[in-house]
Design a protein around this ligand. Structure first.
Ligand code: MIG
Length: 784
């Protein structure tokens, strides 16, 4: 109780320093070469090294025995055959690929990793690999003065994580998220280091509670875990984009979501009756505000029993889903992992009789308290339970549901530890392990079960899954929202670096609750937040029970008009966003990114928290505080056109930009293009026309944009049914030339041309499309 008062810092409360005694790995006793691996038997542990690609190396250390290459739930890549050059002296052993150079000194064992230009990536010096008697494993690396750190999944605070320490342990946090609130719902034990414009990455593939410490030592950082092996991958970069490609090569990429899931979502904890849901939907139709999804929170269930509807409040869910679908709106119900302990409830019966729940070693089912009261939890680490759980979703898919929302899957349990007893023994597909070891995987494996189940049932349609908890690799199954934020301007501010770092952690499809979940929103906050939301990859307005409703019209016409405009803008930008989603899906590059990703040489971008990019040519600098209508905007190299005013700005400068409530400062780089469509109606959201806005430059810029489209709802794209246009824009003083230089895939969209609209053309500047001179706006035909 007193810990929230000054008593917490009473004079005797000197914080415990980390006085842990580590056993250093020690000297190499002897070394051995395996098939594709290199082994070092040291005084205090064994190390094994294996290259996955020329640019990715895996390093493992087991304090007590031979390191295992055992199964990881995160890594989906197999080690490729890599030619490794070996060299060295009695003292130092060298391993080289075309991209990496490992220099291993033997007394004591230390690894230094360079790229082939001799640039230092990751270095151990006075401390290296180590462990403690209690099972903790750790490694210490040198930290350079110019190191900046990014990634780490879902973390509060600023973009650059230097000076911070983070814990990986999926946790339900309703208490207000502060810059120091850690851990949160998702754990991604991965980060990228940017040093002097070049980047490399580290993925620590260990599911135990772990820590990343960029704070405690001036010249070193460390990562460590409560148990398991030291097992990590170093990715060579050298560009930030390469690191992401490498990391997502290892842990997988997002399957393309259905187009509807990239639209606007409206939610509330909870719309409590069928009538209320219909009413909300009707408002969107009557006001002609775009809407793709309505979420059903926990009140739809009978006593919070998953796979049920409350028959009083939701008497005819099938009709509800069908009627809304006709209005152009999908329904996404929430599903929590806790299954109510109720001997008359079929799901519980099946779980018990089928032996599908998490249990103690001794055989007792683990029970925890969540919304339904005492509940059991499916053991998602076991194939049998995953299959069962996936199958259970027929309950929803049979009435036309195509998307599911997973919550409380850290798992959250109402007790002191906030989660399941760490002594629970998961079956783990034949390698039993405790909850202490597998806790961080619970949400992701629930996601796997759900996604795969839905995919089976949807007859070739793409499922949508939203999750709160996850681990490295969650992008293969689900979009992630950032949990219980509040209607604070500070939380709008904090959401930018959080979403950017999630994107840098391989999870592109993310966003916060627009308007804020807890606390009371207001018109201005909701308007400004919606302006940001229109460009975050996941776009959902959600609010909590007991606080003001915050649908677009709730704060009066003045705000509604602006909010509507920005939701419409989301739909006008759909071709651009969808093309970027395709890139995320094929290469792992985030849709929403920090500026440094495109301008890694520009120090001013390294900790730029209040601006972001969509793709490689659009900068958004939203207003993030009340009553503010002017803000500083930093524009990096290039010339930038403010989209609404058409005013051009010279880059590498900071400008004071004016933005009334209806304005969102958005800048497009000269010499580049953005693809747009029209917003038509909720009933028919297909793209009738696609237009490419070309922002004319004159500096001889050469720009490539990959336009992507497909049917937006099936997996046919994985079998060639897509349209990919490599569009080249070359802007010189004489002409703006636009060419389709490559076309891939055999999808034929309904629109038969790409309209071309050139913005900011100078006198005397021609427009040349596919080699032909045009007099003004024209189009590129897709049929010839
Ligand atoms: O403890 O289902 O983060 O989005 O509305 C509350 C009710 C449980 C937490 C989620 C929130 C959701 C709420 N849930």
């Amino acid at each position: 109780m007193l810990e929230d008062t000054s008593f917490a810092i009473h004079p005797g409360a000197e914080q415990q320093r980390n006085t842990a005694v580590y056993h250093d790995i020690g000297n190499v006793k002897y070394q051995e070469k395996g098939n594709d691996s290199f082994h070092f038997i040291c005084e205090n542990g064994q190390v094994a090294i294996r290259f996955y690609t020329e640019a990715i190396v895996r390093i493992t250390m087991n304090p007590k025995g031979e390191p295992s290459w055992g199964q990881s739930r995160s890594v989906v890549a197999e080690a490729k055959k890599v030619d490794v050059e070996e060299d060295g002296t009695a003292e130092v052993y060298e391993l080289k690929t075309t991209e990496l150079h490992l220099s291993i000194s033997k007394t004591p064992f230390r690894i230094r990793i360079y790229d082939r230009q001799g640039r230092e990536l990751v270095t151990e010096a006075e401390q290296g690999m180590a462990w403690q008697e209690n099972g903790e494993v750790a490694v210490f690396k040198q930290m350079h003065e110019n190191d900046h750190f990014y990634g780490f999944g879902e973390k509060a605070g600023f973009l650059d994580k230097r000076g911070e320490m983070y814990e990986m342990w999926n946790t339900d946090v309703y208490a207000p998220h502060n810059p120091e609130t850690d851990p949160l719902y998702e754990s991604i034990p991965y980060f990228m280091t940017l040093r002097d414009g070049k980047a490399h990455g580290i993925f620590f593939d260990n599911t135990f509670r772990s820590w990343f410490d960029m704070r405690s030592f001036a010249e070193r950082y460390a990562y460590r875990a409560e148990g398991g092996q030291l097992d990590y991958y170093v990715m060579a970069g050298p560009e930030p984009k390469h690191v992401l490609e490498q990391y997502t090569y290892l842990t997988g990429r997002m399957p393309l979501p259905p187009k509807w899931a990239i639209g606007y979502h409206q939610s509330r904890y909870s719309y409590q009756t069928e009538e209320e849901v219909r009413e909300v939907a009707q408002h969107f139709i009557d006001r002609d505000i775009p809407l793709d999804v309505l979420h059903l929170d926990i009140h739809y269930m009978n006593g919070y029993r998953v796979f049920t509807f409350d028959e009083g409040r939701f008497p005819n869910p099938e009709k509800l889903v069908r009627d809304l679908r006709e209005m152009g709106i999908r329904v996404v119900p929430i599903v929590d992992p806790g299954v109510k302990k109720d001997p008359e409830y079929p799901t519980y019966q099946e779980g018990v009789t089928g032996d599908l729940f998490c249990k103690y070693l001794e055989g007792d089912i683990y029970f925890g308290d969540v919304w339904p009261g005492t509940s059991a939890f499916p053991d998602f680490t076991e194939e049998k339970a995953r299959k069962w759980w996936g199958e259970k979703h027929r309950f929803y898919t049979e009435i036309g549901v195509e998307g599911i929302w997973n919550d409380m899957n850290e798992p959250a349990v109402f007790n002191e530890t906030k989660t399941m007893d760490v002594q629970v023994m998961h079956r783990n597909d034949g390698s039993p392990a405790t909850h202490r070891e597998l806790h961080n995987l619970y949400g992701m494996l629930m996601g796997k079960a759900t996604y795969e189940g839905l995919k089976d049932q949807l007859d070739g349609k793409r499922p949508f899954l939203l999750t709160r908890a996850g681990f490295a690799g969650i992008q293969r199954y689900a979009a992630v929202w950032t949990g219980d934020n509040r209607s604070f301007w500070e939380h709008l501010q904090m959401s930018l670096p959080m979403v950017m770092n999630l994107g840098l952690s391989g999870i592109s499809f993310t966003g916060p609750d627009v308007g804020g979940f807890a606390h009371h929103s207001n018109g201005e906050l909701l308007t400004r937040w919606t302006q940001v939301g229109a460009f975050t990859p996941f776009f959902r307005n959600h609010s909590a029970i007991g606080f003001l409703y915050q649908e677009p019209w709730r704060f009066g016409e003045k705000y509604e008009a602006v909010i509507k405009e920005y939701i419409e803008m989301r739909y006008r930008w759909m071709p651009q966003l969808y093309s970027l989603f395709a890139k995320a899906s094929s290469q792992g590059l985030p849709v929403m990114r920090p500026l440094f990703m495109e301008f890694p040489e520009d120090e001013k971008t390294y900790n730029l928290n209040d601006q972001f990019m969509i793709g490689d040519n659009v900068i958004i600098a939203p207003i993030l505080a009340p009553s503010v209508v002017d803000r500083a905007v930093y524009l990096p190299e290039g010339e930038w056109v403010e989209a609404s005013s058409g005013v051009a700005y010279q880059g590498e400068n900071t400008y004071l930009i004016h933005a009334e409530l209806e304005d969102l400062p958005l800048f497009i780089k000269k010499g580049t293009a953005v693809a747009q469509t029209d917003w038509t109606s909720n009933k028919d959201k297909s793209w009738k026309r696609v237009r490419m806005d070309i922002y004319a430059g004159d500096q001889g810029e050469d720009y490539r944009f990959t336009f992507y489209d497909d049917d937006g709802e099936t997996f046919a794209y994985q079998h060639g049914s897509y349209l990919e246009l490599e569009v080249e824009v070359v802007s010189t003083e004489e002409a703006v030339k636009v060419d389709i230089v490559d076309r891939r895939g055999d999808y034929v969209p309904a629109y038969q041309q790409i309209d071309i609209h050139v913005i900011g053309r100078k006198d005397g500047q021609d427009v040349i499309l596919n080699g032909e001179k045009e007099n003004g706006d024209s189009y590129l035909s897709l049929t010839d």
